[in-house]
Structures are given as structure tokens and as C-alpha cells.
Design a protein around this ligand. Structure first.
Ligand SMILES: [Zn+2]
Length: 597
């Protein structure tokens, strides 16, 4: 960007507090203590005599406490994010963590009481809970799978030296690995992050070398990493299926996400069935790269680079216009973030990397942070984070306990906002290079978020079954290779070294079955977007209703009310329609000259 451009905006946090060392901030800490004591004083009321109205009053106190705490903690976290090197911000963030833990402990008697109530009594009290209802329901969701208190205590205790220790060991071992690669004739020692950056390079030999080295190192460690995985998988089954009586290892995660098992099974089936869409994409990509067939190493090979740079003002104008065309209300709420100086786009040393939208509490406009560098991906990130802000703002009529969408719906407005922006740029930018770069990136991203993650979950489901039946590392690796063969068909030349790739996926060790949430969230939005394309204006109020619900109902309840049936395979298949259209557009763009011509 040129130096004549206006400076990028930095956010203003004074809607929260004047400073970390201000009198107002000290007083806020004191006020939290008073609210905590008032809340604790309600403890004797938690008896048989408590009426629904009485519970409602207690929840109002709790909601008020949460708002105070969110402002106090939020300020410390945002101050730290804007300058991670500031010693005061470091100290206060540490104290904020401590305070959060203390509040958790001091409000625990209430949540424990609520979770332990017999079901009929809980139902009676829920009748008067108003907007707090879903929050209370969520707390009790695990009740049917909860063991006796002494059993739970033993599990907690043994997890410290068991499951948590094993996960810690996996991290310690794998974070220590170093990777060797020859670049420009010189041998280099690289971290995993540095090594993986070569996957996206133009030079085919660097891409292959990067993958081969990663897989070489992990394959060499397969015995110990495989053993860790087997132990974690056995622990998962012993605890959740044998003791807690979940229907399957996957059902544990589904309960956490508040999604019925059948919905998740349908999602995974549709993804498998529609893998051919991405297979067509890989064949097209091979054509563009001028090769007969892609190797697995070439999956993320760059295709074209438009070199297009968007000055901040242009990025804002494009995002706002994309939102406005869809819904003036959404545009107004996004614009509010900028107008109230809640957006920080500067590139500064010490500023936290990445981007986020922070929702503090319903009464405040969210804050958005990114390091804006003018690339098309930065414009998409702006649309993404402002989409989050729109979602939170539309849900601001709810309590602090029910404003935030739950995980399966958390990325709805953000991803939808990105789609609106990309479609606008595609429709308006006459430059073929720009359109090609946008479409390839969209397909690459969707592959990595949808199909790759869905197949990880397919692998996990089978791996958990095989381990229970005594399966060993080689067994699991054979199956992993099978999932890759199914995923890629003959569109990719798949080398045998990828059979050990699963050993290098931290998610399946840390949080079993977490990965499908990525596929769920992304494909949900694509399917909604396809409905928008098919229905036009009548779709908009239904969609806004989903956002307005925030976290005040279960994902299924919210989508049902909006007339969206995620139990049907046909709904999920719609999402692939968006990708098929992107493919058609790509196929229509003129081919580049063959290399060397
Ligand atoms: Zn997001």
C-alpha cells in the first residue's frame, strides 16, 4: 500500500474503561465482589420452597454478575490483544484469569444444585425461566450421563495423570520434532510451521519435500504415537461408553454440540457421497497447473496470484455494499462497529496475530481485531469478523447467558458474510486473474474445512471401533489410507507415505470427533446460501431469525423454527450446489498458456 493512504484505524476501548490503572477499573472489581456476595446470599433459597419466580430472580442476579465480569475480563483481554508486550496488560490478564476461576468456584454451588435436581422439579422451575431457559437446559444436558459424586471425583483425579498426561505427552513429543529440508541447495532445520509453509509454494519439488519430511518423521515415531492414540481411544470408550452409557464414542461429542446422532451421520454420509465434487476440482486444478494428474503433495499448489491490493477504504466499501444488498439492518450493525471505533485494523508490533470478534455483553457493540494488509484474504476476514459482530448484535435482546450462538451455529453469520462479499467481488471485478484467484481459494478452503474434516471424523469413528477390537497402528494406518482413496478417487496420485498422516493430526488426540464441527458449520452456511440463491428475498427474514435467536434455543430448535431441516440429506446436498457452481465458473475462465509455451 502507498504511504499517502490514510492510517488504518485503531480501536478505542473507552466504552469499557479509561485504563487498566483507572479508578473506574478498580471500582468495577469492587462492584463484582458485591454482586458475588449478593449472589452467594441466595444460597439458602435453593430449597424445595423455591418458586419459578424466585429462581428467575436469582438468574437475573447471575446475569448481572456475568455482564460485570465480562466487561472487566474483556477489557483485560482486549488490552492484552492490542499490545501483548505491555507489562501492565500482561499482569492484569493473568489476574483476570484468576478472577474467572474464582467466580467459577464461588458460583459452583448454584450450578451443582441445579444439575442435581430431579427432572420433574427442574421442569416446573424451567417454566418460569424466560430467556434463561436454554442456559439452564444446557447445564442439565449431561445429567443422564453423570455418575455418582465419588465416581466423578475419581475420574477427575485420574484424568490428571491419565488422559491429560497422555495428551500432554503427545504435545511434548511432537513439539520437539525438527524437520530437515534442502532449500536452494542448503540444508535447513525447520519447525513444523515453517515446513508446512512449503506446501503452498510454486515449486512442485518443494511441496513434495515438505510433505515427505513431515510424514517421514511421524512415521518413524508411529509406535509411540500410535500407542498414545490407542490409550486415549480406550480411555474414551471405557469412560463414556462403558461407564456413562453413551450409545457410541461419537455420541459424546454430539451431546456436547447438542446435535442428534442422526444429523451428524447424515452430514458425514452426504460428504462422502459428494466427494466427487472436489475430485472434479482437483482434475481442473491439474489442468490449470499443466500436469496430467495432481499428486497428493500438490493439493494446495497456488494457481495464479492476482496481485490485487485493496486499500482499507475500498475493503470497507465492498463489505458494506455486500451486506447492504442483503439486509440494510445487517449493514447498519456492521457499520456500527466502525463508527463506534470498535475496530482495530492496524499492523503493529506486539499486537496479537490473527483476527477475532469479541462479544462482551448484549449492551455493547462487539470489538473486532485484525492486522489489515490489503490482500483479498484480509477483505474476506473483515467480512467474516463483521459477520460475527452482526450475529451478536442481532441477538442482543437476549441475556448475557443466551446471546452467544452455540458451536454448531457460531460461524453462521461470519461465513455467510464472507460468501456475500466473495459473490459481490466475483460479480463485479472484471479482472479474470482476480476471479480465478478468488474461486480457487474458495475451493481450496472449502476442501480443507468440509471434506478433509469430514473424512477425519469418518476415520475416527472406525479407529475407535478397531481399537476396541484390538486393532494396532498398522491396522489404523491401512484404514486411513482407505479413507484417502475413497476421498480422492482417481483424481489424485496418492502415495503410500500418507497412510501415517493421521498421527500428525493433534485434534484427534486432544478432542476426539471435534473435527466434524468444522464441516458442519461450513456446509450449513453453504446450504443456507444456496437456499438464498434459490429463494431470494423470502429467505432473508428466515435467516435473520436464525441469527436473532443467538444461543436461546438448541441448534435444531433454532433451525426448525426458521424452516431449515438439517435431518434431510437433501439440505446438506444443497451446499455442494454452491461449490458446483464455483467449479462451473472456473471451468469457463480461459486456460493459461501451457508452461514453457
Ligand atoms: Zn469465525
Amino acid at each position: 500500500m502507498t504511504t499517502t493512504e490514510p492510517a488504518l484505524p485503531r480501536w478505542d476501548l473507552s466504552d469499557l474503561f479509561p485504563g487498566l490503572d483507572s479508578e473506574a477499573y478498580r471500582q468495577a472489581r469492587q462492584a463484582i465482589e458485591e454482586s458475588l456476595q449478593a449472589f452467594e446470599a441466595t444460597r439458602p433459597n435453593l430449597t424445595e420452597a423455591l418458586t419459578p419466580q424466585g429462581l428467575f430472580e436469582i438468574l437475573r442476579l447471575y446475569d448481572g454478575l456475568q455482564r460485570q465480569v465480562s466487561r472487566y475480563l474483556g477489557f483485560a483481554y482486549l488490552r492484552f490483544a492490542e499490545d501483548t508486550q505491555d507489562p501492565l496488560a500482561q499482569t492484569m490478564r493473568g489476574r483476570a484469569d484468576q478472577l474467572a476461576a474464582e467466580i467459577g468456584n464461588r458460583t459452583l454451588p448454584f450450578t451443582l444444585w441445579w444439575k442435581a435436581l430431579p427432572e420433574p422439579r427442574a421442569q416446573t422451575l424451567l417454566g418460569g425461566a424466560g430467556d434463561f431457559r436454554q442456559w439452564l437446559i444446557n447445564l442439565r444436558r449431561e445429567a443422564p450421563f453423570t455418575l455418582s459424586e465419588p465416581e466423578e471425583r475419581v475420574i477427575n483425579l485420574k484424568d490428571v495423570s491419565g488422559r491429560h498426561a497422555l495428551v500432554g505427552l503427545y504435545d511434548t513429543l511432537t513439539n520437539r520434532y525438527t524437520f530437515e529440508m534442502t532449500v536452494d541447495g542448503a540444508k535447513r532445520s525447520l519447525t513444523r510451521g515453517e515446513l508446512e509453509a512449503y506446501r503452498y509454494r510454486r515449486e512442485p519439488e518443494l511441496r513434495a519435500a515438505s510433505y515427505r519430511e513431515l510424514l517421514r518423521v511421524y512415521a518413524g515415531e508411529r509406535n509411540v504415537l500410535g500407542q498414545l492414540y490407542q490409550s486415549l481411544v480406550r480411555d474414551w470408550r471405557n469412560e463414556n461408553v462403558d461407564l456413562r452409557r453413551f450409545a457410541s464414542p461419537l455420541a459424546v461429542r454430539n451431546l456436547g454440540n447438542d446435535l442428534p446422532d442422526e444429523v451428524v451421520d447424515t452430514l458425514l454420509e452426504v460428504c462422502r457421497h459428494k466427494a466427487t465434487v472436489f475430485q472434479r476440482f482437483f482434475r481442473l486444478k491439474a489442468e490449470w497447473l499443466g500436469v496430467e494428474r495432481l499428486r497428493r503433495y500438490d493439493l494446495y499448489a497456488p494457481v495464479g496470484d492476482s496481485g490485487r491490493v485493496y486499500p482499507m477504504a475500498e475493503a470497507v466499501a465492498e463489505v458494506m455494499a455486500a451486506f447492504e444488498d442483503f439486509s440494510p439492518e445487517a449493514q447498519r450493525l456492521a457499520q456500527r462497529v466502525l463508527d463506534e471505533h470498535h475496530y482495530d485494523g492496524q499492523v503493529r508490533p506486539g499486537k496479537r496475530a490473527g483476527a477475532f470478534c469479541a462479544t462482551i455483553e448484549p449492551a455493547l457493540t462487539p470489538w473486532v481485531l485484525q492486522s489489515y494488509q490489503g490482500q483479498p484474504r484480509d477483505v474476506a476476514t473483515l467480512a467474516h469478523e463483521l459477520g460475527h459482530a452482526v450475529h451478536a448484535s442481532l441477538a442482543s435482546a437476549h441475556s448475557a447467558l443466551t446471546q452467544d450462538a452455540t458451536l454448531p451455529l457460531a460461524e453462521t453469520a461470519s461465513t455467510f458474510g464472507e460468501m456475500l462479499l466473495i459473490d459481490r467481488l466475483l460479480a463485479r471485478d472484471p479482472d479474470e486473474e482476480v476471479r480465478r484467484a478468488l474461486l480457487f481459494r474458495q475451493m481450496d478452503d472449502n476442501y480443507a474445512t468440509i471434506l478433509r474434516q469430514a473424512y477425519f471424523a469418518v476415520f475416527e469413528r472406525e479407529a475407535h471401533a478397531r481399537v476396541a477390537a484390538g486393532g494396532q497402528v498398522d491396522d489404523l494406518s491401512d484404514f486411513y489410507l482407505e479413507t484417502l482413496r475413497e476421498q480422492f478417487g482417481d483424481s489424485i496420485e496418492l502415495s503410500d507415505d500418507f497412510r501415517f498422516e493421521w498421527l500428525a493430526i493433534p485434534h484427534i488426540y486432544h478432542t476426539p470427533f471435534y473435527v466434524y464441527a468444522y464441516a458442519f458449520g461450513q456446509l450449513l452456511v453453504l446450504s443456507l446460501y444456496q437456499e438464498y440463491r434459490e429463494q431470494g428475498a423470502p429467505f432473508i427474514p428466515r435467516y435473520l431469525e436464525i441469527l436473532r435467536a443467538g444461543g436461546s434455543d438448541s441448534p435444531l430448535g433454532i433451525l426448525d423454527k426458521a424452516g431449515v431441516d438439517i435431518r434431510r440429506a437433501a439440505f446438506w446436498e444443497k451446499g455442494f450446489g454452491v461449490l458446483e457452481r464455483a467449479l462451473e465458473e472456473l471451468a469457463r475462465l480461459p486456460r493459461p498458456a501451457p508452461p514453457g509455451a
